[in-house]
Design a protein around this ligand. Structure first.
Ligand code: CU
Length: 442
């Protein structure tokens, strides 16, 4: 049995002892939200009048030095250790020790000079996805330049002609390098405010990975069955929440350089409009309301919204398998199976045996099942009322009456007003409303 099958089987047959004994799951350590890269101030720092600096949850922004009016930066393509969520680490490839690489943030009309050092074991280049520039700066190995050999440093230099939301990634052996984590966002602010001013501006890069249970590196050969899904290369509960104020105008710039899949990103409690793509701005007359935005691979989508209700609002990819972690997709389907006889017979050889998955899989993540080292099968995270059984490409937009910028607020759950949370129905009220419960098992 290979390790992947081990996880599948593990989810189905092992570790039921705690359930049988009725003990409470204590499994994982309680992860803390990672606030690295989040602006701590109440009002986000302005990069130009009316335009807040972008925040990369769980990530960083590329620092500049200004040399004779040119913004100069240095990116090193390299391998390093990355934690996707507590319990899962891998050797990945990225830039300056980060995946996604540092967010590039500059202003329309800027001239940039970006040095790229290759510390990978193979050639690389950097392609500036969506930018209009001289063809020789486009970063396509063989077509527009020689690839950068291991150990060497090349330089790219260009002007930022148009404001917008762009991306960057290698254009040599993309299949391997992007699958290993090499991608980043590239934000060019307009020199003069365009559209309504926003209060918050976030970037989230979606991604999919194949990391076999116990493996030390992502598998770049995968074409399907991706099992680690991420926002900014973190899986819930390690995804840093987006903290925003009720009534504030919020911009979220979504990018997707996943190897194979598109991600329909859904946000609860709000509707939003697509205001720009990596191709430019959407005219106001063409903007229409949505609650789910498809971010196809190779694209960036900019959405803007105003929350009218405070709360803890879920934000996630709506492909249901993208909200789970390292699920063994070849597990036998036991939903609806009557397992009593099997369990009785198996218990003669394995006293704690209980078939799992017969009632669905929502409870699996919180069970203290034995799983292979360095893996997170079916893991989610602790919630305000119950274990949150989603993982992967899932985060929380924490909408507060007033953002105070403290870590306590970012870490804390929403205090629901008395009487506003769904709970058990009152039998007297049900009778008065004429609701009778039909016999189970029709
Ligand atoms: Cu998805």
């Amino acid at each position: 049995m290979d390790r992947r099958n081990f996880v599948s089987m593990g989810a189905l047959v092992t570790g039921a002892a705690a359930i049988l004994r009725g003990t409470k799951a204590s499994g994982q350590a309680q992860p803390r939200a990672n606030l690295q890269g989040q602006t701590p101030s109440v009002r986000a720092r302005e990069i130009l009048p009316g335009q807040p600096a972008v925040v990369t949850p769980n990530g960083v922004t590329l620092p500049w030095r200004i040399i004779d009016g040119v913004k100069v930066a240095h990116m090193v393509a390299e391998e390093f250790e990355h934690e996707f969520a507590p319990g899962l680490r891998a050797r990945v490839w990225g830039y300056n020790g980060h995946t996604p690489g540092p967010t590039i943030e500059a202003i329309e009309g800027d001239r940039l000079r970006i040095y790229v050092t290759n510390h990978l074991p193979e050639f690389t280049t950097v392609h500036w996805h969506g930018l209009i520039l001289a063809c020789g700066q486009d970063g396509v190995s063989g077509l527009t330049q020689r690839p950068i050999p291991p150990g060497e440093t090349y330089v790219y230099e260009f002007d930022l002609r148009y404001p917008g939301t762009y991306m960057y990634h290698p254009h040599y052996d993309e299949m391997t390098q992007i699958a290993m984590g090499m991608h980043g966002m590239f934000i060019v602010h307009p020199r003069r405010l365009r559209g309504p001013r926003v209060d918050r501006d976030f970037v989230l890069m979606t991604h999919e990975w194949k990391i076999d249970a116990g493996a030390r590196r992502p598998n770049p050969n995968a074409m399907a069955d991706f099992n680690v899904l991420t926002f900014n290369s973190k899986s819930f509960p390690a995804t840093s929440p987006l903290v925003v104020g009720r009534g504030e105008r919020v911009r979220i710039r979504l990018g997707n350089l996943s190897p194979m899949d598109h991600h329909p990103i859904h946000i609860h409690g709000v509707n939003f409009k697509l205001t720009a793509t990596d191709g430019g701005y959407v005219p106001e007359s063409a903007q229409h309301p949505e609650t789910t935005q498809l971010v196809q691979t190779g694209s960036a989508k900019v959405i803007e919204m105003v929350f009218e209700e405070s709360g803890d609002w879920a934000m996630h990819c709506h492909m249901t398998h993208h909200g789970m972690m390292q699920m063994g997709h070849n597990a036998p389907n036991t939903v609806g199976a009557r397992t009593g006889t099997l369990d009785r017979r198996m218990s003669r050889v394995m006293p704690d045996f209980m078939t799992m998955g017969a009632t669905g899989m929502g409870g699996m993540g919180e069970m203290p099942m034995p799983v292979p080292a360095n893996s997170l099968p079916m893991r989610g995270g602790p919630g305000r009322y119950h274990y949150i059984d989603m993982g992967g490409m899932f985060t929380v937009v924490k909408v507060r009456d007033r953002v105070d910028g403290t870590e306590a607020q970012a870490q804390g759950w929403y205090e629901f007003p008395e009487g506003t949370v769904s709970g058990p129905a009152d039998p007297a009220r049900m009778a008065a409303d004429g609701v009778t419960v039909p016999t189970r098992g029709r």
